[in-house]
Design a protein around this ligand. Structure first.
Ligand SMILES: Cc1cc2nc3c(=O)[nH]c(=O)nc-3n(C[C@H](O)[C@H](O)[C@H](O)COP(=O)(O)OP(=O)(O)OC[C@H]3O[C@@H](n4cnc5c(N)ncnc54)[C@H](O)[C@@H]3O)c2cc1C
Length: 223
């Protein structure tokens, strides 16, 4: 079912990631990790639906989204920054396969971290964050977002890796087998993977090679 919802605020978390807070419709529910189809409430754009993840908590009054804007796509995300408080946009029902099953390693690329924001927030709220770790891949340091939250929630179990920049603070390169082996002691835990489709596919392949059980790998369905 589609619903019109009203923008409360838009702020920026870095140079191209916006934080959109909107009013939550009555009786709307979702699980941490789930997404919805979002469209602009404009005749030209209302049929252009794109998936975005709820980054707030189900019991909160507001709905939150963290959205990476791609000006070069001439698509929906290029339009979203023009929204203002009081404007409306459209969302559908909540859907998605990524859900928390137990302590583990969250592996994210760029905006793929959004389902993990909601899941980790929920764990912090319940006092159950211990035993979880986040590996967050981005191109450059300026692309990292939600850093302070992840540091507060996870401490040393928040690890950044940058593919296009060398810094003193972060690992450099891509998430490959050696990086995963260096970061993970227990391959019996859950592995949650979300990023661009190619990255997700590669990492799931690596995890399988490293002997991780199929039922311990959690992704948005790929095959
Ligand atoms: C389940 C799920 C949840 C998601 N949750 C989030 C989230 O919470 N936050 C978030 O930021 N993202 C999220 N995404 C990704 C998000 O849906 C896409 O980034 C978004 O759909 C992009 O929309 P767009 O209209 O701006 O561009 P697109 O629909 O990607 O592209 C519009 C057009 O631009 C062109 N184009 C495509 N790629 C390129 C390129 N690389 N260079 C130039 N032109 C290009 C194509 O012609 C395309 O038709 C999620 C994706 C999924 C599957």
């Amino acid at each position: 079912m589609e619903r019109n919802i009203t923008v409360d605020s838009i702020t920026y978390l870095n140079h191209n990631v916006m934080h959109l807070v909107a009013q939550r419709p009555k009786n709307f529910s979702f699980r941490p990790g789930q997404a919805t189809e979002l469209a602009l409430a404009h005749p030209k754009w209302k049929d252009e639906k794109r998936p975005f993840t709820f980054t707030g908590l189900p019991e909160e009054d507001a709905l939150e989204f963290v959205i990476k804007v791609y000006p070069d796509h001439n698509g929906v995300t290029e339009q979203l920054p023009s929204l203002e408080p009081g404007d409306q946009f459209i969302i559908g029902d909540a859907w998605g396969a990524i859900t928390y099953k137990g302590p583990g390693i969250f592996i994210a690329g760029g905006a793929g971290v959004t389902p993990f924001i909601a899941i980790l927030r929920n764990l912090v709220d319940r006092g159950e964050i211990k035993g979880n770790k986040l590996l967050f891949a981005n191109k450059k340091e300026r692309d990292i977002f939600y850093k302070e939250h992840f540091e507060n929630w996870l401490g040393d179990d928040f690890v950044n890796i940058l593919s296009e920049e060398k810094t003193d603070d972060h690992a450099h390169g891509r998430i490959d087998s050696n990086f995963i082996k260096a970061q993970i002691a227990d391959f019996g835990k859950y592995f949650y993977v979300c990023g661009p489709p190619e990255m997700t596919k590669d990492i799931v392949g690596i995890l399988r090679e490293l002997g991780v059980d199929e039922d311990k790998i959690v992704t948005e369905d790929m095959d």
